[in-house]
Design a protein around this ligand. Structure first.
Ligand code: PGA
Length: 240
């Protein structure tokens, strides 16, 4: 296999400033040691954002940001805070922000347009909850189409992540067949690279990345230990 794969680590509300620094150093050294040449995205918590000097292509992004340069948005960060550290990547539409924090599709679409206008790389997440999956493929397709409402699916700096809500942080990974079917549906809607996310770990990443139409993985829990992340990177490298 020669296709490039994109891996991204989502720390969520894990790691401190100090432990993120140690993680980046270990990741960078590990990537160097194995000769890993593709980019790796890393989304630490906002308090750990920084300019990291790395020898390898580690791109630090924000898990969330408000569509503003600065202003009165208590608890949020805007462009000014991201620019301080040269952050050019943002994760939008994550299911935890949609479902736990109550972000609506129209608000997410606003953010998307705003950060697109500022030329950010956007990793945009979509995915259905269990009750929709249980209704079958057509219900899933309709649900995913709604999550593209207001989104420029041809934006050249877009990376998509399909993350079924029922597979996130639950240990329940979607089967390769289900990922293949759903990725094929999504690929009819956008040509952007398409990652899979939801309980990806060292034990299943090779099978997941071998799925036709899977261009990489967005990893939560299994990315938090650097050894685990490096084990996944080495499998990507081994697949080439
Ligand atoms: P998980 O999270 O790997 O812990 O399932 C994935 C994600 O939410 O991006």
């Amino acid at each position: 296999m020669t296709m490039r794969k994109i891996l991204a680590a989502n720390f969520k509300t894990n790691h401190t400033r100090a432990s993120t620094r140690a993680y980046v150093k270990a990741l960078d050294e590990g990537m160097g040691a194995m000769g890993y040449e593709e980019e790796v995205y890393l989304f630490p918590p906002a308090t750990a954002l920084d300019r990291f000097e790395t020898a390898n292509d580690i791109r630090v992004g924000a898990q969330n940001a408000y569509p503003t340069v600065k202003g009165s948005f208590t608890g949020e960060i805007g462009l000014e805070q991201l620019e301080e550290f040269g952050i050019e990547t943002v994760l939008l539409g994550h299911s935890e922000r949609r479902h736990l924090l109550g972000e609506s599709q129209s608000f997410i679409a606003n953010k998307f347009a705003w950060f697109k206008e500022r030329d950010f790389r956007i990793i945009y997440c979509i995915g259905e909850p269990l009750e929709v999956r249980e209704e079958g493929d057509e219900a899933v397709r309709r649900y995913l189409v709604e999550q593209f409402e207001g989104i420029d699916t041809s934006y050249e700096k877009l990376i998509l992540a399909y993350e079924p809500v029922w597979a996130i942080g639950t240990g329940k990974t979607a089967t390769p067949e289900l990922i293949e079917t759903t990725h094929a549906q999504i690929k009819q809607l956008s040509d952007a690279p398409l990652l899979y996310g939801g309980s990806v770990k060292p034990a299943n990443i090779a099978d997941i990345l071998a799925v036709p139409g899977c261009d990489g993985a967005l990893i939560g829990t299994a990315s938090w230990e650097v050894e685990s992340m490096l084990s996944m990177l080495s499998q990507v490298k081994g697949q080439k």
